[in-house]
Design a protein around this ligand. Structure first.
Ligand SMILES: [Zn+2]
Length: 137
């Protein structure tokens, strides 16, 4: 499925959003918009709007990045091996547009034991109150 808006959306990203989602960079901890966000709602891909994480799986990791122990639905998020920076890590990407989101670590809480460590800059938080309509054009 191709989305003709994707090109436009990528062009309209802020510098940090672009650096994270398109170049795989990582925002500095405690600088993002959502590491301390506690509202109920859905975290969507900032590029394509795909629902990625639910606020119900967000937890306090103390890392300074939004952390989730599970994805909103299987397939919405994909993972792959990342050997950059001399480390073996698991990269987390948007299953729809391929945007870099963050990394996955096996040290999360129950019930999954996983920690999706995600950059705020890769996310667009849609509060529960706004779910009825489309928040973006
Ligand atoms: Zn996406």
């Amino acid at each position: 499925m191709t989305n003709p808006d994707l090109k436009t959306r990528r062009a309209n990203l802020s510098p940090i959003q672009y650096a994270v989602t398109q170049e795989g960079q990582t925002e500095r901890p405690f600088t993002g918009a959502y590491w301390d966000e506690h509202g109920e709602g859905t975290y969507r891909c900032v590029v394509c709007g795909e629902p990625l994480f639910d606020s119900g799986t967000k937890f306090e990791s103390g890392t300074g990045w939004p952390s989730f122990y599970d994805v909103i639905e299987k397939g919405h998020v994909t993972t792959k091996e990342d050997r950059s920076l001399g480390m073996l890590r698991t990269e987390v990407n948007c299953g729809h547009c391929g945007a870099h989101l963050g990394h996955l670590f096996p040290d999360g809480p129950d019930p999954t034991g996983m920690r999706y460590c995600i950059n705020s800059a890769a996310l667009d938080f849609a509060p529960l109150d706004d779910q009825g309509g489309k928040a973006e054009t």
